[in-house]
Design a binder for this molecule. Structure first.
Ligand code: PAF
Length: 307
């Protein structure tokens, strides 16, 4: 990557530095779009940045590997941390400010005692396999909203459950941030971009394509008239079963906004899958039907409601 960093990109490592930068943006009358990340930026994150530019005057990217959302035995210690590369990439896409706090800046009093509970929407899908994960995600996202005070925040649809939960948290708690959900960016062979793809060996990477292939087969079947949950999920399961290196955790048909399980698919229903290729956990999903809207589009956030 040969991108050069434009002079106007700023890096805030502390709350004080963040405040000073945000004051500058406020004085200039700039609206702010936040793209929350855990770093190891890839084209998927950068597409969120591009989208954020269409929604506000200035784009802020947060980079924080949030210990609260990693369970025991998960990859917290080996999660890729590449700040200077991330800053170069963010700058090359016109990001105004990178907020990259340390644990002590994000959690000055240690692990927070008061946290955001996801409730029943956090119990199914990935929540079944990652206890405490979404509580950690919602807690840090609420803190980021409070620290950065953006007008809009952009999340990726690959993390379907996370996006639905953040939208719901925003409405339930009236956080005053418009939550935008952007389409998944894929490699040419369909694999959804993820920072965790970096863990895959070439063989695991090749096998991992089956997750998306299964979803495509199911989507084709849906477009051909198949709407039954069992038939659609079986198509994904059989694609994954053909690969010795893959282990399936779940394939589920759900409403993309409420995450309620469905027996019959309609246009825009989500088929979500999670599993392992080797030791790497991967997730993916498709909204059935070619022009399906993004999850959450149907219901306004608290900001849209107030207009
Ligand atoms: O999607 C992620 O990278 C993280 O879950 C998020 C939203 C940045 C919170 O830590």
């Amino acid at each position: 990557m040969t991108a050069t960093r434009p002079a106007e990109v700023a890096i805030a490592r502390t709350r004080e530095e963040l405040s000073a930068e945000l004051d500058g943006l406020a004085r200039a009358g700039a609206s702010v779009a936040l793209v929350p990340t855990m770093g190891a930026l890839h084209e998927g994150h950068l597409s969120l940045v591009d989208r954020a530019h269409t929604l506000a005057d200035a784009v802020v990217v947060s980079i924080f590997v949030n210990p609260l959302q990693f369970g025991l035995g998960e990859d917290l210690s080996r999660y890729p941390r590449e700040l200077s590369r991330d800053v170069e990439l963010a700058a090359s896409r016109g990001v105004r400010l990178v907020f990259a706090p340390g644990d002590g800046d994000m959690y000055p009093e240690g692990a927070p005692i008061v946290r955001v509970k996801p409730g029943p929407m956090g119990e199914g899908l990935c929540g079944r396999f990652r206890p405490g994960h979404f509580e950690g995600v919602l807690t840090v996202v609420a803190k980021l909203f409070g620290l950065v005070r953006p007008q809009v925040a952009v999340f990726g649809r690959k993390d379907l459950q996370q996006a639905a939960l953040v939208r719901r948290m925003e409405r339930d708690l009236d956080l005053g941030v418009r939550v935008d959900v952007a389409p998944t960016v894929r490699e040419e062979d369909g694999l959804a971009l993820s920072s965790r793809n970096a863990y895959l060996s070439p063989d695991e990477r090749r096998h991992a394509r089956a997750f998306h292939r299964g979803l495509v087969r199911a989507d084709e079947a849906f477009q051909g008239g198949e709407t039954g949950r069992r038939a659609l999920t079986s198509l994904v399961e059989s694609e994954i079963r053909d690969h010795a290196g893959l282990e399936l955790q779940y394939v589920e048909l759900v409403d993309p906004e409420t995450l309620v399980p469905l027996e019959t698919a309609g246009r825009g229903s989500a088929l979500a899958v999670a599993g392992f290729s080797g030791a790497t956990r991967l997730i993916d999903n498709v909204l059935l039907g070619a022009d399906a809207p993004d999850p959450g589009v149907g219901r306004p956030t608290s900001v849209e409601r107030a207009r």
